[in-house]
Ligand binder design. Structure first.
Ligand code: DX5
Ligand code: ZN
Length: 218
């Protein structure tokens, strides 16, 4: 079980301290949500915040680009030394080419798909992707409600990778909590983005260790 706190839900007035909380915890990645106000109806942050993360984060960075024509900026983001980068299927005309260019730089490639997009789009990209970022909310905001119809997509993707002996991981992004995470892990999800559930916790460090402990016992 890979846990990726989303920095979008952090208090940016004390960003350094928030980063240290993730560093101290047993979470595995920093999930970094970049929004352009065009692909999604919200603007989050860009390079200045990336610089701070690259400097202080002691765990790998998982960047999620919610921007149109992501190919314009993938190189600049990869210059920050990312572990993984996901781009949206819906935001990119040359999706195969763009994933290939990310892969060629040695960064893990992810295809992000909106709740309204079929998981079947993953098939032609199967040889290029390290993970699928399955959006469990409509991208744009933290703190939304889980979209139940995505559950079927997790099961379908898990079956697909078993049948075809593929090893891409399934990342769930949006409305993941201590209450639904274990259920989602059982049906095949591997990486769990947590914004609100992590940062609004009184003790995020204990919260993540409890989740991991329960996953080991189950
Ligand atoms: C939504 C972002 C998510 C978001 C998750 O557009 O991609 O990563 O930060 O936030 P929560 O966990 O609050 O739903
Ligand atoms: Zn995200």
């Amino acid at each position: 079980m890979i846990i990726a706190p989303s920095i979008l839900a952090a208090d940016f007035g004390k960003l350094r301290e928030e980063i240290e909380i993730v560093n101290e915890s047993s979470a595995d990645l920093f999930h970094v949500d970049v929004m352009d106000g065009v692909f999604v109806p919200n603007i989050s942050f860009g390079f200045p915040v990336m610089e701070v993360l690259a400097k202080y984060a002691k765990k790998p960075l998982d960047v999620h680009l919610m921007i149109v024509q992501p190919e314009r900026y993938t190189d600049r983001f990869m210059d920050f030394g990312l572990q993984s980068l996901s781009i949206h299927f819906e935001a990119c005309v040359q999706v195969h080419r763009t994933l290939e260019s990310i892969k060629n730089k040695g960064v893990k490639t992810g295809i992000a798909i909106n709740p309204g997009t079929s998981e079947s789009v993953v098939e032609p990209l199967r040889d290029l992707i390290d993970f699928v970022n399955l959006m469990t909310v409509n991208p744009g905001f933290g703190g939304q409600s889980f979209i139940q119809s995505v559950v079927r997509k997790i099961e379908n993707l898990d079956n697909f990778r078993r049948e075809e002996e593929l090893d891409f991981l399934i990342e769930l992004d949006g409305a993941i909590t201590g209450d639904n995470i274990h259920e989602m892990a059982v049906i095949g999800a591997d990486i769990f983005v947590m914004g609100t559930a992590f940062f609004k916790q009184k003790d995020p460090v204990a919260f993540v260790s409890d989740i991991k402990l329960k996953a080991m016992i189950d």
